[in-house]
Design a protein around this ligand. Structure first.
Ligand code: ASN
Length: 306
């Protein structure tokens, strides 16, 4: 396993002041917008019997899923809080957000992409009775507001001019037919303003129209960086969830509460998304490599001293 010389570690950390200042400002602004819009701030879970399977997702490349035993029970490390979010908005409040550490042990081949980390933070949120378009409009509104606020704080990048533009929307099938299967990076290098990509085949919890087969989901792509957000309207009907779990060979035992609520009609229609904080920060800071915005980098294949 590769490690940096010990001394480099101190130099790296000392040079991070600019990024940490920017990060503080961005986190302050974003959490304020969510609170002002009536969201409740919940704290993350790290270990749980249930987490995001991250399968099947064309963008995922997970080398290992972290599972271990505590108190005689098997638990998993959070890959995303998707299941907890859906349950929270179904049972007790209509809008939640959290800053959730996600551990995804990406394959070491992703070391040099500059876009992948094996630990990152998602600003993950969910809204009861929301439709996809509500989430898309909300995200566009708060990100544009963030860019305006940053400009007022003297932080300017020419990309922030995109607040004046409408952010285009494309179907992933059309994009794939133009750029091929590896469209994600090509697209990121072609765009000048953020774009929305819809209808992406992936995990069981994203809603799929049973008649057309189309997925009611959406990702936001940033120029040069790629996917910074993914989200969807959720699949809440028991038969549909089971059908998709069987199709994807997902173990039902790992989703007992979700399935039980769904069976009893207690899952509420909802939609949400998660924003990758490091990617957003990298884009705003003008950093090409997302690891450069982490104080303690988590690069696939590299385990540092800290
Ligand atoms: N946070 C994403 C969502 O809300 C899920 C994920 O990160 N895999 O859909």
């Amino acid at each position: 396993m590769e490690q940096k010389p010990l001394k480099n570690e101190y130099v790296y950390i000392k040079n991070k002041e600019r990024i940490v200042n920017l990060q503080s400002l961005i986190l302050q602004k974003l959490s304020n917008y969510f609170l002002e819009e009536g969201f409740k701030w919940i704290l993350p879970v790290i270990t749980s019997k249930v987490t995001d399977p991250l399968w099947p997702d064309p963008g995922a490349s997970i080398e290992k899923r972290l599972e271990f035993e505590i108190y005689g029970e098997k638990v998993r490390i959070t890959q995303s809080m998707i299941v907890h979010k859906i349950i929270a908005v179904s049972l007790f409040t209509d809008k939640i957000f959290t800053f959730s550490p996600n551990l995804r042990i990406e394959k070491p081949e992703r070391k040099n992409t500059g876009k992948h980390l094996y630990e990152f933070t998602q600003l993950d949120f969910e809204v009861r009775y929301a439709k996809s378009q509500d989430i898309i409009s909300f995200v566009e509104r708060i990100l544009k507001k963030l860019f305006i606020d940053l400009m007022e704080n003297g932080i300017y990048r020419k990309e922030m001019e995109c607040i004046k533009e409408k952010w285009e929307t494309y179907d992933s099938m059309d994009i794939e037919s133009i750029y091929g299967r590896e469209w994600e990076q090509i697209l990121a290098n072609k765009i000048e303003c953020p774009v929305w990509i819809k209808n992406i085949p992936r995990e069981f919890y994203d809603y799929q129209d049973p008649l057309t087969g189309k997925w009611d989901n959406y990702d936001l792509y940033l120029p040069g960086i790629g996917e910074v957000l993914s989200g969807s309207k959720r699949e809440i009907l028991y038969d549909r969830i089971i059908e998709k779990m069987v199709r994807d060979r997902i173990n039902k035992e790992n989703f007992m509460v979700l399935l039980d609520l769904s069976k009893n009609g207690e899952l509420k229609d909802c939609a949400g998304a998660g924003i990758g904080i490091e990617r957003l920060l990298a884009w705003i800071a003008g950093e090409k490599n997302v690891a450069n915005v982490q104080l303690f980098p988590r690069i696939p294949g590299v385990v540092d001293y800290l």
